[in-house]
Design a protein around this ligand. Structure first.
Ligand code: NAD
Length: 380
C-alpha cells in the first residue's frame, strides 16, 4: 500500500516534474523567440574621425587602444612613437597602415595626412605642451592627457595655440565621461542630500621603480599631486561646482627613499570654497591604492569607493534611515571621452573639459605646492 502509494506519489511527482519541465521548455522557447524578435542588431557605424596616438606606453596599450573597439565616432589611424618595433606590432593588431607610423622627429609631417583629424597626447607630462602645440601647428585637434602640462604658462601656450589654429583642445578628465561620477555631480549639485558641507577625497598608490619618469621632476612636473592627487582636486571642484578661494597644504617624503629624490611622496591639502564648503584631500605615492571620496551634505552622504578607477566604481548613498547602493552600466571611460571629443569636432561644440579646465587645476596645484612650502594659507 505504502509502496503503491509511494509509486503513485513518485509517478505523480515525476509527471509534475516533467510537466514543469515541458512548461519551462515551452516558456524558454517562447522567451527565446521573443528575445530574437526583440534582438536589436546594432547599426553600422556612422562617420568616425581618425585618431593618432602619440606615445605608446602603458595607458595607450592597456586602455586607449582597446577602447577604440567600443567607440562609435572614433577610430585609430596613426601612431607616433620612438620605438618602431612596438609601433609596427601594434599597427598589425589595430589595422593601422605602416605609412601612418611617425616618430618624434617627423611628427610634424602629420599635417599632410588627411586620415588624421585628432591627436591624443599620451606622453610624460613634461612633453604635453610641446607635442600639443606641434599638433595644432599641423592643423589637427588635440586631446591631451592629465595633468595638462608641468606649468600654468605651458597650459596657456597650449590654449593660445589651439585658438591660433582654430582647433579644439580637450583635457582627458575621463571621470567626467562616465555615469557614476556624473550622477555624484548631479546629486551633490541638486542638493538632494542637503547643501554639501565637506568633501573628503583620497587618491594614491604605492609607486614602484625609482627610475620611472613619474619620479623625475622635469618629466612629471611634481610628485603624487600632479599624477594622482589631481583626481582629488578635480573631484572637489566638479562635485562642489565651485572654485576654491584658499588653500592649505603639507607634504611629507620618507627620508632616504630612493624613489623621492626629486618629487614629493605624500601631500595633504585643504580647499576653502566661496559657499563655506571645505575639501580635505590626500594624495600619495606611498600608500596602498586608494581612490575614494565622500560628499557630506546636511541630510545625507555620497560615498564613492573606488571613485576614479577604470572599472568597478561603487556608489553608496546614506540618508537618515537608509543606505542605498546605486549601480550603473559600466562604461569604457576612454571610449566615452574619445567619442565626446570626436562629437565636439563634428558638431563644432566646446568640449566639457577644455584646456581652461586643465589650466585651472594647474594653477591650483602650484598654489598647493606654495602653501606646503610656506606653511601658510594661500588665497587664490
Ligand atoms: P608610460 O611611461 O607607460 O608611457 C609613456 C610613453 O611616453 C612611453 O611610450 C614612452 O616611450 C614615451 N616617451 C617618450 N619620451 C619619453 C621620455 N623622455 N621619457 C619617458 N617616456 C617617454 O606612461 P603612461 O602611464 O602611459 O602615462 C602617459 C600619460 O598619461 C601621462 O601624462 C599620465 O599622467 C597619463 N595617464 C592618465 C591616466 C588616466 O586615467 N587618464 C592614467 C595613466 C596615465
Amino acid at each position: 500500500m505504502s509502496d503503491t502509494t509511494g509509486k503513485e506519489v513518485t509517478r505523480r511527482g515525476f509527471i509534475t516534474r516533467v510537466g514543469q519541465g515541458l512548461v519551462a521548455a515551452n516558456l524558454a522557447g517562447s522567451l527565446l523567440k521573443n528575445a530574437s524578435a526583440q534582438l536589436t542588431v546594432p547599426d553600422p557605424p556612422g562617420k568616425k574621425l581618425g585618431w593618432a596616438i602619440v606615445g605608446l606606453g602603458s595607458l595607450s596599450i592597456h586602455q586607449i587602444l582597446p577602447a577604440f573597439a567600443k567607440c562609435e565616432k572614433s577610430k585609430v589611424v596613426a601612431f607616433v612613437s620612438g620605438h618602431p618595433d612596438k609601433a609596427n606590432k601594434l599597427a598589425l593588431r589595430y589595422g593601422v597602415s605602416p605609412k601612418n607610423i611617425y616618430n618624434y622627429q617627423n611628427y610634424d609631417s602629420i599635417k599632410d595626412n588627411p586620415d588624421v583629424d585628432i591627436i591624443y597626447i599620451v606622453l610624460p607630462n613634461g612633453m604635453h605642451a610641446e607635442y600639443t602645440v606641434r599638433g595644432f601647428q599641423a592643423g589637427k585637434h588635440v586631446l591631451c592627457e592629465k595633468p595638462m602640462a608641468n606649468t600654468a604658462a605651458e597650459c596657456q601656450q597650449m590654449i593660445d595655440a589651439a585658438q591660433r589654429a582654430n582647433r579644439k583642445l580637450m583635457i582627458a578628465y575621463r571621470c567626467r565621461y562616465e555615469p557614476y561620477n556624473r550622477e555624484a555631480i548631479r546629486i551633490a549639485q541638486s542638493k538632494e542630500l542637503g547643501p554639501t558641507q565637506m568633501i573628503i577625497a583620497d587618491t594614491g598608490f604605492n609607486i614602484g621603480d625609482p627610475n620611472q619618469w613619474r619620479l623625475n621632476r622635469k618629466l612629471a612636473g611634481g610628485g603624487s599631486l600632479m599624477d594622482i592627487g589631481i583626481y582629488a582636486l578635480n573631484a572637489s571642484r566638479y562635485l562642489s561646482g565651485e572654485e576654491p578661494t584658499e588653500v592649505n597644504a603639507m607634504t611629507y617624503t620618507s627620508p632616504g627613499d630612493p624613489r623621492f629624490k626629486e618629487v614629493e611622496e605624500h601631500i595633504n591639502f585643504q580647499l576653502g570654497f566661496p559657499s563655506g564648503l571645505l575639501a580635505n584631500c590626500t594624495s600619495s605615492y606611498g600608500y596602498f591604492p586608494q581612490s575614494h571620496y565622500r560628499v557630506l551634505g546636511t541630510e545625507g552622504r555620497i560615498e564613492m569607493d573606488p571613485a576614479t578607477w577604470y572599472t568597478g566604481l561603487r556608489m553608496r548613498l546614506s540618508r537618515r534611515n537608509t543606505i542605498e547602493e546605486r549601480e550603473f552600466p559600466e562604461v569604457d571611460h576612454f571610449a566615452s571621452e574619445m567619442d565626446h571629443m570626436s562629437d565636439c569636432v563634428m558638431q563644432n561644440k566646446e568640449p566639457l573639459t577644455p584646456g581652461e579646465e586643465g589650466l585651472r587645476d594647474l594653477k591650483i596645484m602650484m598654489k598647493i605646492y606654495e602653501a606646503a612650502q610656506s606653511r601658510q594659507t594661500i588665497k587664490l
